[in-house]
Design a binder for this molecule. Structure first.
Ligand code: HEC
Length: 111
């Protein structure tokens, strides 16, 4: 019985995670974040890849949400922040749930 509860809990958590990833990806595309941010590093890309951002923010999705709200300093590539700063108007008034979805999407392991 106890094992069954654990299995159910994991199934619920996994499907919640999948919902966040799906919603986060939709926001990421809607706001054209993917124009600059690719999944992996590419030679000529102007912005850090999601793989690189993930390295800095994995386990700190809250910090990532704060950044997207315009309440925290950049930590990935601060020298280029001027370009990203102009994008924050798209995210700084999103709901906590939307910010969480974006943060989960950005930090999950993209294959
Ligand atoms: C015009 C190109 C461009 C677009 C569009 C863009 N970004 Fe960025 N972004 C950058 C650049 C350049 C950096 C590197 C500077 C930095 O680290 O802040 C960056 C950095 C970031 C970071 C790392 C923050 C940190 O701590 O340094 C996150 C997270 C991020 N972008 C999310 C987004 C999201 C979400 C969107 C869509 C709403 C978006 N970006 C749209 C260019 C862009």
């Amino acid at each position: 019985m106890k094992n069954l509860s654990i299995v159910l809990l994991i199934m619920v958590a996994t499907s919640l995670q999948a919902d966040y990833i799906k919603d986060g990806q939709a926001l990421f595309e809607k706001y054209k974040c993917n124009m600059c941010h690719k999944l992996k590093d590419e030679p000529l890309s102007v912005a850090p890849s999601l793989a690189l951002i993930r390295k800095h923010y994995l386990g700190n999705e809250r910090g990532l949400s704060s950044f997207l709200k315009g309440e925290a300093k950049p930590i990935v590539d601060p020298k280029k922040f001027a370009m990203m700063k102009q994008q924050l108007y798209k995210t700084d008034s999103l709901s906590d749930k939307e910010l969480r979805a974006l943060s989960v999407y950005i930090t999950y392991e993209h294959k």
